[in-house]
Design a protein around this ligand. Structure first.
Ligand code: COA
Length: 259
């Protein structure tokens, strides 16, 4: 049994619900560890044919990594956090031979947007909002966002979103190719299940080959992921990162110095 996730298996579809709604389902250490275990279960359990990842409640899919855990980290700790996430969750999702789809039911910010992007494709509810707001904290995306957002929506728009930290709504996300479908919140899981049931009628090995090959087609710069981990860690040495994360937790605007 998981403490931070709800899971259920029905008709071959395994639904993983991140369940910290009072903290906007933020990814703390426990969530990352348990998501890793749940994805291991997906690989190992033959009864699981396809997977949905979603968030509990009506406000957030996942509002990012848990900012309250950042103050304890230095450069090495920051890089280790990013590398562990990549190893135990994000890359495992991306490379899973069984389809894993994100059903985005609200805010998908920072690590939440990155979690959605590591899935094979995405559906969003009308109230969903997307963004990589790390620059507001003196940080950068650390769970593959600089790479996967650029792959999904192209260089210019990825640059703008990651530099401004702006949020976009579900329809804009669809027009950019970040999500495939936008549906009413109360129909989100039903629509996601309808698509997965269709996929489950296809040949599983062929579907697994499609996943591997589409991943190969988009993996032009494997070193970009390593560089992101390195630079994410480097942010933890800056005064701006301390100011940005402290300001968030104190609910005030940060004053950055470029140091
Ligand atoms: N890490 C830790 N706690 C978070 C969090 C995060 N990423 N996102 C939200 N929370 C917490 C808030 O601190 C708050 O906790 P509290 O009730 O103990 O004060 C609670 O979740 C509710 O969030 P709140 O900000 O009050 O809700 P809101 O509706 O006003 O705003 C968001 C929602 C998502 C816009 C806002 O919470 C936000 O900007 N979150 C951070 C997004 C971010 O920067 N993510 C990248 C992290 S690297």
């Amino acid at each position: 049994m998981y403490q931070t996730l709800l899971t259920g298996l029905e008709n071959g579809i395994f639904t993983i619900t991140i369940n910290r709604p009072d903290k906007m389902n933020a990814l703390n250490k426990d969530v990352i560890n348990e998501l890793g275990a749940a994805i291991d279960e997906v690989y190992a359990n033959e009864a699981i044919k396809t997977v949905i990842i979603t968030g509990a409640g009506e406000k957030a899919f996942v509002a990012g990594a848990d900012i309250s855990e950042f103050s304890a980290l230095n450069k090495e700790g920051g890089s280790a956090l990013a590398k562990k996430g990549a190893d135990v969750v994000f890359n495992k999702i991306e490379n899973c031979p069984k389809p894993i789809v994100a059903a985005i039911n609200g805010f998908a910010l920072g690590g939440g947007c990155e979690l959605a992007m590591s899935c094979h494709f995405r559906l969003a509810s009308e109230n969903a909002k997307f963004g990589q707001p790390e620059v507001n904290l003196g940080l950068i995306p650390g769970y593959g966002g600089t790479q996967r957002l650029t792959q999904l929506i192209g260089k210019g728009k990825a640059m703008e979103l990651m530099m401004t930290g702006d949020m976009i709504d579900a329809n804009e996300a669809k027009s950019l190719g970040l999500v495939n479908h936008v549906v009413a919140l109360d129909g989100l899981l039903a629509k996601t299940k309808e698509i997965l049931q269709k996929i489950q009628l296809k040949a599983p090995l062929a579907v697994g080959h499609v996943i591997a090959l589409v991943n190969s087609a988009t993996k032009c710069t494997p070193t970009g992921f390593d560089e992101e981990i390195e630079r994410f860690g480097a942010c933890f040495e800056s005064e701006d990162m301390i100011e940005g994360t402290t300001a968030f937790l104190e609910k005030r605007k940060p004053a950055f110095k470029g140091k």
